[in-house]
Ligand binder design. Structure first.
Ligand code: AMP
Ligand code: GLY
Length: 430
C-alpha cells in the first residue's frame, strides 16, 4: 500500500514509525513531514490545508491511504473533499467527516452532543457578544475557579482558568467583544471546574465498532510540578496507574460506547481516531474535550505500545470491519520527554544546530522529530518550539523514564529545555 501521512510533528513521525513496520506497506509519504520522517519515507512539500494539491499528488501516485495527523484539515473537511470526489474513490482517508470533526472544531457543538447522549461532562452555558451580560451573571452563579473556552480552534490557547470573578468577566469581554481569538471566540463556553487528574484515552473506530488503544497521561505545563503556562505537551507516559480496570470500564460504558453510538445515530461518518480528554474526579470519568485525532506527545508513547500491525487496523477501520481487528498491547511502559526551544511557549529562536542525534542510543529509545529542519549544509537544526521527543520502553514506568532521560542527555542544542519530572507523580503510586 502507498500511504501518505499528513502533518509534521512528533505524532506524525511516531505514526510513520509504526506504519513503516507493516509488510503491507510499499511506499510511505509525509506532507510536509520533518527530517525524522525523511528517514522513513519521502517528504512532500504540500501544505496540509491545500486539498487540491493533496488531490493531485494522490492521483499521480495512485495513493491507497491518507492518514490525517492534525485537526485543522479535518475540521476544514478534508475527509469529505476526498470522499466526494470520484477520482479519489480508491484513497482510504483515516479521519472523521467534517460534521463529526465539529466535536473538536466547536466546544459548544461537543457539549451539546454530550448532553444529547448523556455523556458525563462539566455543567456549562455558552454565550456570544450579545449575551455577554448573561455570561457575567453566569460567572456570578458559579464557584471559582472559572473555566472559559473559546468555541473554535485556537491552537491550544483557547482555554482560560481564572480564580477571580472580575478577572473572568474581563477575560470574557476580551474574548467575546474584543475578539481575542478572532472568530474562534465568537462564542465562549463557560463551565464548571472539575477537580481531578487528567487522562487521555484513544480509540480507533470505523463508526460502528471500536478498539481501545493504550491510555496515556500528558504533561501540559511548561514547568516542573505542573507550573507555568500550558504548552502543546511536554511529555507523556503510558500506561497510567490510576486508569484501573474498574475506571476504564466506566470510561467505556459511560463515554466511549455512547459517543460511538451517538455518532452512528446522528449519521456522522467517522473512520479514525478519537481522543477523549478526560478528568478523573474521585474515580468518576468526565469528558473535558473531544479531539478528532491522536494527541501529541501521547501518540509517541501509544504507538510504541501497540504490538500489532497498525496499518492492518487502519485498513479494517476504513473498510468498516474493525470488529475483526484485535489489539495487542505491549506490557512494557513507555515514557516520552519533549525537548523544547528555550522560551517556548512564548518566543524562541530557530536554526540552532542539534548535536548528538547520531549517538549510540539504547535500543529501548526512539527519537521522534517535531520542530526540526535541514539547513543548507544538511545539518539538522531547530525549527519550532517543541523540537523533538525521546520515548523509551521500560519494564516498569521508572525504567522507561530513566532510559528516556539517559538518551536525552546525549542530544543538545543551544537553549534546549525539558522537564525533568515527567511521570514522577505516577512512579510513587506504582
Ligand atoms: P482543553 O483545551 O479543552 O484541553 O483545555 C485545556 C486544559 O484546561 C485541560 O487540559 C485541563 O487541564 C483544563 N480544563 C479544561 N476544562 C476544564 C474543567 N472543566 N475543569 C478543570 N480543568 C479544565
Ligand atoms: N497533547 C494534547 C493534544 O495533542 O491536544
Amino acid at each position: 500500500m502507498k500511504v501518505l501521512i499528513i502533518g509534521s510533528g512528533g505524532r506524525e513521525h511516531a505514526i510513520g514509525w509504526k506504519i513503516a513496520q507493516s509488510n503491507l506497506l510499499t511506499r510511505l509519504y509525509f506532507a510536509p513531514g520533518n527530517p525524522g520522517t525523511a528517514s522513513l519515507g519521502t517528504n512532500i512539500p504540500i501544505d496540509p490545508l491545500d486539498f487540491e494539491e493533496l488531490k493531485t499528488f494522490a492521483i499521480e501516485l495512485g495513493l491507497d491511504m491518507m492518514i490525517v495527523g492534525p485537526e485543522q484539515p479535518l475540521v476544514e473537511g478534508v475527509f469529505d473533499f476526498f470522499a466526494n470526489d470520484p477520482l479519489l474513490a480508491n484513497v482510504k482517508v483515516i479521519g472523521p467527516s467534517r460534521k463529526a470533526a465539529q466535536l473538536e472544531g466547536s466546544k459548544e457543538y461537543a457539549k451539546q452532543f454530550m448532553q444529547r447522549h448523556n455523556i458525563p461532562t462539566a455543567a456549562y452555558q455558552s454565550f456570544d457578544e450579545v449575551s455577554y451580560p448573561g455570561g457575567c451573571l453566569f460567572i456570578d452563579s458559579l464557584k471559582p475557579p472559572y473555566v472559559l473556552k473559546a468555541d473554535g480552534l485556537a491552537a491550544g490557547k483557547g482555554v482560560l482558568i481564572l480564580n477571580d470573578a472580575d478577572e473572568a468577566k474581563s477575560a470574557l469581554h476580551e474574548m467575546l467583544v474584543d475578539k481575542k481569538f478572532g472568530k474562534a471566540s465568537n462564542k465562549v463556553v463557560i463551565e464548571e471546574f472539575l477537580q481531578g487528574v487528567e487522562l487521555s484515552v484513544f480509540v480507533l473506530t470505523d463508526g460502528k465498532d471500536y478498539v481501545i488503544l493504550p491510555e496515556a497521561k500528558d504533561y501540559k505545563r511548561i514547568g516542573e510540578e505542573d507550573t507555568g503556562p500550558n504548552t502543546g505537551g511536554m511529555g507523556s507516559v503510558s500506561p497510567v496507574s490510576f486508569a484501573s480496570i474498574r475506571f476504564m470500564a466506566k470510561v467505556e460504558e459511560r463515554i466511549i460506547k455512547p459517543t460511538i453510538e451517538g455518532l452512528r445515530k446522528e449519521g456522522m461518518r467517522y473512520q479514525g481516531f478519537i481522543f477523549f480528554g478526560l478528568m478523573n474526579v474521585s474515580d468518576e470519568p468526565y469528558v473535558i474535550e473531544y479531539n478528532v485525532r491522536m494527541g501529541d506527545p501521547e501518540t509517541q508513547s501509544v504507538m510504541m505500545r501497540i504490538k500489532n500491525d497498525l496499518l492492518k487496523g487502519l485498513i479494517h477501520t476504513a473498510s468498516g470491519t474493525l470488529s475483526e481487528f484485535k489489539i495487542r498491547i505491549d506490557s512494557r511502559a513507555v515514557a516520552t520527554v519533549v525537548m523544547v526551544a528555550g522560551g517556548y511557549p512564548d518566543s524562541y529562536s530557530k536554526g540552532n544546530i542539534i548535536s548528538g542525534l547520531d549517538s549510540d542510543f539504547s535500543e529501548n529509545s526512539m527519537v521522534f522529530h517535531a520542530g526540526t529542519a535541514f539547513d543548507k549544509h544538511n545539518n539538522i537544526v531547530t525549527n519550532g518550539g517543541r523540537v523533538l521527543s525521546v520515548s523509551s520502553y521500560g519494564k516498569h514506568l521508572i525504567d522507561s523514564i530513566l532510559f528516556s532521560y539517559k538518551t536525552l542527555k546525549k542530544i543538545s542544542f543551544d537553549k534546549a529545555y525539558y522537564r525533568r519530572d515527567i511521570g514522577r507523580d505516577l512512579v510513587s503510586k506504582r
